[in-house]
Design a protein around this ligand. Sequence first.
Ligand code: CP
Ligand code: NVA
Length: 309
Amino acid sequence: MAQKKDFLTIAELSPAELSDILELALRLKREWKSGGNPPMLKNKAMAMVFTKPSLRTRMSFEMAMFDLGGKAMYIGPDEVQLGKRESVPDVARVLSRYVDLIMARVFEHQDVVTLAQYASVPVINGLSDHEHPCQALADLLTILERKGSLKGLQLTYLGDANNVANSLVYGAVMLGAHVTVAAPRGYGLWDEVAVHAQRFAVASGGSVTQVEDARAGVESADVLYTDAWYSMGQESEAAKRAAIFPPYQMNRALMDLARPDAIAMHCLPAHRGQEITDDVADSPQSVLWDQAENRLHAQKAVLVKLLVH
Ligand code: CP
Ligand code: NVA
């Protein structure tokens, strides 16, 4: 039997695999827009384990399975209590007896790794503290649609170099973009992420740079990206971070430093008035809603790759 595949991190994909998923996503999107997708996942079932809240991830995965003829079942934070009511390996073993695939949103990245290790079915990372790979696929798809290619593009990420940033940086650099992360001291890319990204840059001709001055990072940007200043699980740091991050706010003044055709991106949910202002989020440069929609198409591609190919 062929070894099962998981989707836990962008870093483990080759550039060819990444491009392949994005191409399939574009094809599935076109197909969906012109009448619908065939039931490629008929009789396939997915368990969606959430230890944190979600709008996009839950809805887009559920709709992706629905559109492809499969079924998705939601398990919320109070039900499974991953690692508390039941050990992570036991949850993996049990779910593997019911479903064809497990998608999980967890706190510690190790939990998706353990799920994948003990599950006999593929596991998808629906967000961990290290990565948000499904979000990165949707983001790359959105950039491809708007800019045609990642090669040589200047992408600047503003704010906390978090899970979303890690996956985005990996993917964008792998496809040849020049990525700048503008973050306050202590909130930049983790060392291990910077090392991996640098390795991808050498192979692709892209680059990864870190700066503290947000304005310097924005000049000549084709793509500006931001996310919340504090992530789920870091709520107690909200006040402390609110005092540190304002220079990295994606606002009109900063946006105007970038190229006139620059696009503004945010994975959502947005804290309007903090990391992004209304005059950017609701401007013609904003691609926020395309990013949210593209979760659907990108995840369909992942589901098909893991369950059909
Ligand atoms: N962007 C994203 O993952 O949104 P949710 O937290 O609503 O799923
Ligand atoms: N960095 C955010 C992303 C939410 C989709 C978090 O982890 O809360």
